[in-house]
Design a protein around this ligand. Structure first.
Ligand SMILES: *Cc1c(COP(=O)(O)O)cnc(C)c1O
Length: 419
């Protein structure tokens, strides 16, 4: 459920008509709804009511905007970060270090050092090599890094290949078959307090079964580790819950997820960490765009919008579906190819899509663009980075300025010897 509805014939974000934002800020622009973010944060938390001891750490990579992080900080959320850049954002949004979890296969020494200095809550170590390096750095500082070992449970998440992370041949985590050995090798090192295990098997999961299989394997591992004399106090269950991108699409609800988690983990006696991203932010944002031109095609017309694959990469990257709708629908439909202006055929949002009838100058939105939208933008074709706006009831604010192509060019130099 979200707060992007048609009122008096015009789509609103909460109480603000989208044309008002287009007028004030220009297009394309991302528009987020605070009420929707807060609703999703509450629903996810309530779904885990039966889990007594937990930290919900928003996966910052889904939407790293400072204002978005501030809203979630206000909901008591921590942050799952995958770079020092994201860690800085979480801290800047007022998320306390103890609620920050650092994931990622390629944390550099500089990043590990910065996170040690910030005294973050937990490092999710993705290899024995990383664990040894972290232990050495922490020992040199005379501190102890709280850690969990990320496990690759070898389950097929049943999602798009590029966002599957829990198969044996994916780069993430250590193989579950070697986990006991690696845990043992790291557990006694000064510098690390290895207190648990972590999994994250993929994103946009449409089925709870692979998650349940992964969690069950993790539960067995926890028992085995305890059997070997290790103390396990924390288990991180990652993120991955999918969201509906199409009208009427049915996905496991947070409540069903929470029920499964509570059932599978009830005897674990640990503090659980969750890392939801998409399920919190996905439907809390739209990409507002204007039709540049409608061009005749051999079959269907091309609706050319001013947003492109550099602004919203998911369709080009994953063949992802985003619902596309007119801001002021006239009641008529058309079948069209929805494309951006970039000089690549990949800059296609949809082919042969039945959508609201649109003409040049009309406004439209791509829905469910609040997660993995702005955060994946590039400046390809020297298009710069577009603005982001947060709406709260009848208030709105620009929460990220447009960065135009000129500012990017200002950061470039032609060396003297080329002059
Ligand atoms: C991306 C990511 C998440 C968030 O995934 P969602 O599908 O957006 O919930 C959580 N944990 C880790 C380690 C990730 O890489």
């Amino acid at each position: 459920m979200d707060h992007f509805d048609i009122k008096d014939g015009v789509m609103h974000a909460e109480d603000i008509a989208l044309p008002q934002i287009a007028e004030a800020v220009g297009t394309p622009v991302y528009v987020y709804s605070r009420a929707t973010l807060e609703r999703h944060a509450r629903v996810f938390r309530d779904a885990l009511d039966a889990v007594p001891d937990k930290l919900i750490a928003f996966a910052v990579k889904a939407n790293p905007n400072l204002a978005v992080l501030k809203v979630l900080q206000g909901q008591g959320y921590g942050a799952d970060v995958v770079s020092v850049g994201e860690m800085r954002r979480a801290l800047a949004a007022g998320i306390t270090p103890d609620k920050i979890v650092f994931s990622g296969v390629g944390k550099t020494r500089d990043e590990l050092n910065a996170a040690l200095d910030a005294q973050i809550g937990q490092f999710n170590i993705e290899s024995e090599e990383e664990g040894l390096e972290l232990a050495e750095l922490a020992e040199a500082k005379g501190v102890e890094a709280r850690c969990a070992l990320r496990i690759n449970p070898d389950v097929d998440a049943g999602t798009h290949d590029k966002i599957s992370t829990g198969k044996a041949d994916n780069k993430f985590g250590v193989p579950i078959s070697e986990a006991g050995q690696i845990f043992g090798n790291l557990a006694d090192r000064p510098g690390v307090q290895l207190r648990g295990v972590a999994v994250h098997i993929g994103s946009q999961l449409g089925d709870l079964a692979p998650l349940e299989r992964a969690f069950e394997k993790l539960g067995e591992l926890v028992r085995a580790l305890r059997g070997a004399g290790h103390t396990i106090t924390h288990v991180d269950l990652g993120g991955g819950l999918g969201v509906p991108y199409r009208k009427g699409e049915s996905l496991p609800s947070p409540a069903q997820y929470g029920e499964m988690v509570a059932r599978v983990t009830k005897d674990w006696g640990v503090s659980l960490i969750f890392e939801p991203g998409r399920v919190i932010a996905g439907n809390a944002g739209v990409l507002l765009t204007r039709v540049v031109r409608v061009k005749r095609g051999i079959n269907d017309p091309f609706v050319i919008v001013d947003a492109a694959m550099n602004d919203l990469a998911r369709p080009a990257l994953y063949g992802a579906y985003h619902d596309f709708a007119a801001v002021a629908p006239n009641g008529a439909d058309m079948t069209a190819n929805i494309v951006g202006p970039i000089c690549e055929t990949g800059d296609t949002f949809a082919m042969g899509r039945v959508c609201d009838q649109l003409v040049a100058g009309d406004l439209a939105v791509f829905r469910t663009a609040g997660a993995y939208g702005a955060t994946m933008a590039s400046s390809y074709n020297s298009r710069g980075f577009i603005a982001e706006v947060l709406v709260d009831g009848d208030k709105s604010a620009v929460v990220a300025d447009r960065i135009d192509a000129g500012s990017i060019m200002d950061a470039e130099r032609v060396p003297d010897w080329l002059e």
